[in-house]
Design a protein around this ligand. Structure first.
Ligand SMILES: *Cc1c(COP(=O)(O)O)cnc(C)c1O
Length: 373
């Protein structure tokens, strides 16, 4: 049984959940030359699922669980062209018998965008590219009507990043899972967790889960997106909405105050904008690759910690910067690795990008950003 239902048995009746992830994800000590922390561990959500890991799988256990329970036939979700969330939704919808419509908007080009698009196509996602948010809104109206005409039902909307109160439950559960790993001696109680913040479901879910777990660990959320996706107001709003949802389903769950003293949102590692790699972020990616993870095999990543430039590199740059400033010397530190490490290059080998809708060709025909070696 998942930790959330062990803590709150009443939720087992009221909360829909479908097992998709391989949990608990491992916790491993991380050895990096020059990082000055009391201890440093990595929470390996990169291995959260097979065939595809990363942080979105935890949210989808609840989001798709709810869709299946409600008899939904099609889900519709949103993101940037290379969205890991849109891809995870496509991959995990299919075996549940759900169709997936992905409403995507432009982003800075990278090899990962190409790979994710091809993999999404392979997963059978109905991929659409729009120039901006207004176009997405119009496109969504069109697809809502089309679905109703074809299948007699509107699609279920899953918000960008899967960051609704229901999606946050995945990271409440993750914090309780971490508590069990602390209790089992896998790591000391962390003083601080470093995690990338895109649509905030991950950091906000963790923050609330830590309260429920009785850990006063600080969440160091590293902004990687522009407002409105990451902002202090959004963190508070999502926290309150998730707490309300929980309390409606189990009255024994406390009315939680937003723990200001345990939450820090860092703005200085975003760089110019979302999905544009920074020099600091790429330096952090290179440092992480030299890391050792004693006692843990790293399947097909060639050792080290494999990060990328949009999310985890920027979050890791914050950790390195704080370490250099001496701020971690007395701290037990966890780096939450949110980026999938399952290799799917074989699956997409030989797929012709011309099979994708024409709007996506630009990602294959235009150069990738200069820092994406
Ligand atoms: C989506 C994503 C994040 C951000 O998670 P949010 O819950 O949207 O804040 C971080 N890292 C990776 C690799 C992601 O794909």
């Amino acid at each position: 049984m998942i930790p959330l239902f062990e803590y709150y048995p009443a939720l087992k009746e009221s909360v829909a959940h479908t097992a998709l992830a391989q949990l608990p994800t491992p916790v491993a000590p991380l050895v990096i030359n020059g990082v000055d922390a009391k201890t440093l561990h990595v929470k390996r959500d990169d291995l959260s699922g097979e065939p595809y890991g990363g942080n979105k799988v935890r949210k989808l256990e609840f989001l798709l669980g709810q869709a299946v329970k409600d008899g939904v036939k099609t889900v519709m979700t949103f993101g940037a062209a290379g969205s890991n969330h849109a891809l995870a939704t496509a991959i995990y919808s299919r075996p549940l018998g759900l169709r997936c419509i992905s409403m995507l908007v432009p982003q800075v080009n990278a090899h990962s965008v190409q790979r994710n698009l091809l993999r999404g196509h392979l997963a059978g996602a109905d991929l659409h590219h729009y120039l901006g948010r207004k176009h997405v809104a119009l496109g969504a109206l069109y697809h809502f009507n089309r679905e109703m005409l074809r299948h007699g039902q509107f699609p279920r909307v899953i918000p960008p990043g899967g960051s609704s109160p229901v999606g946050c439950l995945g990271f409440l559960n993750a914090a309780l899972e971490l508590r069990a790993q602390v209790d089992a001696g896998a790591l000391p109680t962390p003083d601080v967790i470093y995690v990338a913040s895109g649509t905030m479901g991950t950091c906000v879910g963790l923050l609330m889960g830590l309260q429920l777990a009785g850990l006063n660990t600080r969440v160091m959320a590293i902004r990687v997106t522009d407002p409105p996706y990451t902002s202090p107001e959004r963190a508070r709003g999502l926290y309150a909405a998730t707490n309300s949802l929980l309390r409606a389903m189990d009255g024994s769950i406390p009315d939680l105050r937003f723990p200001e003293e345990q939450f820090t949102l860092r703005d200085e590692f975003l760089g110019e904008k979302y999905s544009l790699y920074t020099a600091e972020g790429m330096a952090a990616v290179a440092r992480a690759r030299e890391a050792e993870q004693p006692g843990v095999s790293t399947p097909r990543t060639g050792g080290g910690l494999k990060l990328e430039g949009t999310y985890t590199g920027k979050a890791f740059a914050a950790l390195l910067s704080d370490s250099e400033a001496g701020a971690l010397r007395s701290k037990h530190v966890v780096f939450w690795n949110t980026y999938n490490s399952r290799d799917f290059s074989k699956e997409i080998e030989g797929i012709d990008y011309h099979l994708l809708p024409q709007d996506f060709r630009r990602y294959f025909e235009e150069p990738v950003q200069p820092r994406d070696a």
